[in-house]
Design a protein around this ligand. Sequence first.
Ligand SMILES: [Zn+2]
Length: 66
Amino acid sequence: MSSFTTTCVFCNELTWAIRIKNGKPFVCGLGNNPMPVKNVGRCCDKCNTTVVIPARLEAMNESTAV
Ligand SMILES: [Zn+2]
């Protein structure tokens, strides 16, 4: 269990957090897939919104424009 750390490939923030639900701690947020910007690792919700999603939309626009 000691090696369970996941950091964002863009900002190095932890991609997960411990939340309390029904009086018990649980891990929420295992990160997001950073493709197509990066092929490895995970990214946090913030970078998913600001980096990955715009890149995906751009890639979609390029593929539909041809
Ligand atoms: Zn991040």
